[in-house]
Ligand binder design. Structure first.
Ligand SMILES: [Mg+2]
Length: 108
C-alpha cells in the first residue's frame, strides 16, 4: 500500500521540480495565484452543465473521476507553491480559520 505523502514533502518536491527547470523565476505570487484560479476553473468546468444529481455521482464515471483528481492535483500544487513563496503555512492558516469560524458561527 502506498503511503500518503505529507504536505511538506510534496511542497519540497514541487520546489525541486521547478528549481531543476529554472522555473522559479516565473513563480511570483501573482503568477501562481493566477494559475490557481485557472486550475480551479478547470475543476469547475467538469461540473458546469451537470445536474446536482449527476454532479454527486461524478466519481462513478472513470474518465470524469480521473479528470477531477487531475484538476484537484493542479489546484493543490499551485496553492502549495503560492503558500511556499509567501511563507504561509497552509495547515496553520486553515486551523486558524476553523477556530475563527467556530467562534463566529456557534452551534445554536
Ligand atoms: Mg489543469
Amino acid at each position: 500500500m502506498t503511503e500518503t505523502p505529507d504536505l511538506a514533502g510534496l511542497q519540497r518536491r514541487l520546489a525541486d521540480f521547478a528549481a531543476a527547470r529554472d522555473w522559479g523565476q516565473y513563480h511570483t505570487p501573482k503568477n501562481l495565484v493566477t494559475a490557481l484560479g485557472v486550475e480551479a476553473a478547470e475543476l469547475a468546468e467538469i461540473f458546469q452543465w451537470l445536474t446536482p444529481e449527476q454532479s454527486a455521482r461524478v466519481m462513478d464515471d472513470e474518465g470524469a473521476a480521473h479528470r477531477v483528481r487531475d484538476e484537484v492535483a493542479d489546484v493543490l500544487a499551485y496553492l502549495l507553491q503560492f503558500c511556499a513563496v509567501l511563507g504561509v503555512d497552509p495547515l496553520a492558516a486553515l486551523s486558524d480559520k476553523i477556530d475563527r469560524n467556530e467562534g463566529r458561527f456557534p452551534v445554536t
